[in-house]
Ligand binder design. Structure first.
Ligand SMILES: Cc1ncc(COP(=O)(O)O)c(C=O)c1O
Length: 251
């Protein structure tokens, strides 16, 4: 018997009626982008992740990108991450113009090595250290990176922490959940992920009201109120249909 690595059809057959009902509601409402379905998903995900706020976005990649943009990380900066991840982690750092610096993973967990992080920062010349602005630990294999020492180092050096939790929704670390420990938690709803949509989608969690407001602004081309653009953002909006699908799977 052939057992597929991923059986999305099997999963769909169990939830088909609920999905069709949710899709029908979205189509009937003709409210396709953001709106009440996205807002209720944001509340559900924030609560589940033990985080104060969540902002639905267009993909896990865009969750990383918007978090870097909200942090004003640009070509003047460097950002530390791990090489053992999906391309999007490093690609997003490069896309805002920053230079990625790699630290190795822990051979036990395959996630960021806190000792490696400390060694890399200690070895930085002063000018390089001045450019360093953020750290992106990646949580893989159902576990979180060893966040306590990572957070301590980041606090000591005043670094923004962007958790790449694209594959880690619900993963726990010392009573905390992935995405609630750093300044931002970035999740992907790519269909094959632990919690997948029927297309692209993602969400960013944060505990900071200020960052939450800026995330919401940059998600819609930096506008607030509507059509008043005081910042340059992008179109990082989440579709109502994707939010409805994720909500069905979530319960
Ligand atoms: C670790 C990691 N980061 C980021 C991403 C990007 O997510 P998305 O495919 O939703 O853009 C993925 C998923 O592909 C991932 O596995």
């Amino acid at each position: 018997m052939k057992v597929p690595l991923l059986d999305l059809k099997g999963q769909y057959s169990v939830i088909k009626d609920e999905i069709l009902k949710a899709a029908h509601e979205v189509f009937e409402s003709q409210y396709f982008i953001l709106g009440p379905r996205v807002e209720s998903l944001e509340k559900e995900i924030a609560d589940y992740c033990f985080s104060k706020y969540a902002v639905g976005v267009s993909s896990g990649t865009d969750a990383l990108l918007i978090s870097l943009m909200v942090s004003d990380i640009d070509s003047q900066n460097t950002v530390i991450t791990v090489p053992h991840t999906f391309f999007a982690t490093v690609g997003s750092i490069s896309r805002v113009g920053a230079r990625p610096i790699f630290v190795d993973i822990d051979p036990e967990t395959y996630n960021m090595s806190p000792e490696g992080l400390e060694r890399t920062i200690d070895a930085m010349p002063r000018a390089e250290l001045a450019r360093l602005k953020g750290v992106v630990p990646v949580h893989l294999y159902g576990q979180c990176a060893d966040m306590d020492p990572i957070l301590k180092i980041c606090k000591d050096y005043n670094l923004v922490v962007i958790e790449d939790a694209a594959q880690a929704i619900g993963a726990e670390y010392n009573g905390k959940r992935a995405g609630s420990m750093g300044d931002f938690g970035c999740f992907s709803f790519f269909p094959s992920k632990n919690l997948g949509a029927f297309g692209d989608g993602g969400i960013v969690t944060t505990g900071s009201e200020k960052l939450y407001e800026k995330l919401r602004m940059l998600r819609g081309h930096g506008s607030h109120p509507k059509y008043y653009h005081s910042l340059i953002g992008g179109n990082f909006r989440l579709d109502a249909f994707q939010a409805a699908v994720v909500s069905v799977k979530f319960f």
